[in-house]
Design a protein around this ligand. Sequence first.
Ligand SMILES: *Cc1c(COP(=O)(O)O)cnc(C)c1O
Length: 482
Amino acid sequence: MPPDPDAAPPATATTETLATAAELAHGFLAGLTGRPVGSALDTQDSDATAVRAAFDVPLPAGPLDPTTVLAELAAAAEPGLVASAGPRYFGFVTGGTLPAALGADWLASAWDQNAASAATSPAAAAAEEAVLRWLADLLGLPAGVAGGLVTGGQAANTTGLAVARKVVLAKAGWDLDRQGLAGAPPVPVVVGAERHTTVDRAVRFLGLGTDAIIPVPADDQGRIRPDALADTLAALPTPARATAIVCAQAGNVNTGACDDLATVADIVRAAGAGWLHVDGAFGLWAAASPTHRHQVAGVEHADSWATDGHKWLNVPYDCGVVFTRHPAAHRDTLGVAAAYLPTGGELRNGYDWVPESSRRTRAFAVWAALRSLGRTGVADLIDRSCHLARRFADRLTAAGTLEIGNDVTLNQVLVRVPGDTADADTRTRALQKAVQQDGTCWLGGTTWRDRAWLRISVSNWSTTPADIDRSADAILDAVPTR
Ligand SMILES: *Cc1c(COP(=O)(O)O)cnc(C)c1O
């Protein structure tokens, strides 16, 4: 029998459904420090087929009870879950979730507020205004910057560079919105050789074309070389120099090194280049620590900044943040207008500052994270991660069976089997697999200066010295003997 269209819709989420979700979540979190850190793909040599099969059940012919569905979901996800929220996951640059941020994120879902505008949710608009102000303050950005909450560093880079593109073209007398890019003056994008790959993707998305990218040599830590930057800018023909966008970096994804931003900013200004963007997905957070902020000295001189909340701030996925020092241009680039969309209220409309229209309210989790940590708590989170990264490096090298490949000044460590040989590369890759299989901790691999390395990133609020020591012991035990 077809459903009766006049029947009442099913009841809203019941206490039982939400209690089941809370119980499942709590069970997972309580087991986080005890479970293997990798998924079953790493630790049990399962194949992807098993992970896929758990979800690939038939679409039911009709409704199922929500509480039952949640239990099914948890069971289906289990073999494919990674303990990346836990204290011994050192892959990529991955934060966990602070308790207050997790709770706030649950509320964001329950409230289901649309952060598009002040009309769709005054609370969302007000929370965004507050957290953007707090973040700009913590990250050492100038007063009056404009910002927006986006999905991550990729979106933040793309948004910052979108504003840059419009502004530098306007300086050359080109109206991007009206005229588009065809026939526009060239926009060189001057980047460090060790920039993050998302910068290149942003350049592709923005239609500037990767031919516009001019890589500048980097030093042995991946920092853009100021002398080479000055030479590169000087070599540009005058009109192209004025439309050039320079992308600097705070926090290289392999070494954690930050470009010398003060010097870079001086060079950009002296050359008359059009714009300075800083990709500071995690490294920008050094500014929140009195002990580490010298590493990003001069950051306030940039025109735009990209950073992440889901990395070092430890809010749940997803959360990125973009700032520019040009509110009018920022809003001009991203703003929307339609007859049914309200404008000009007292609270700002989020959709005028980001590429999206309807959006999740990420600001609730950020607000809760920052309230729960306070200024000293954020600094402590940064300092502790850096201290633990140093401890990790020291433990790993104590036996002489591994070597470190970077100056451990932030939260990143590169480690490998010693020797500048292909054989040491092979053994390093074998070590990566063995560590992932063992499951005590999880690290990824990388290629750095043409050699294989393991990458360690200490970014989780809950990691303890004991976690570092236990992980270092597991890694050392897994070093392949000849
Ligand atoms: C992680 C990272 C990005 C990309 O951030 P997502 O949040 O993954 O989009 C960009 N730049 C740097 C330096 C990063 O570390």
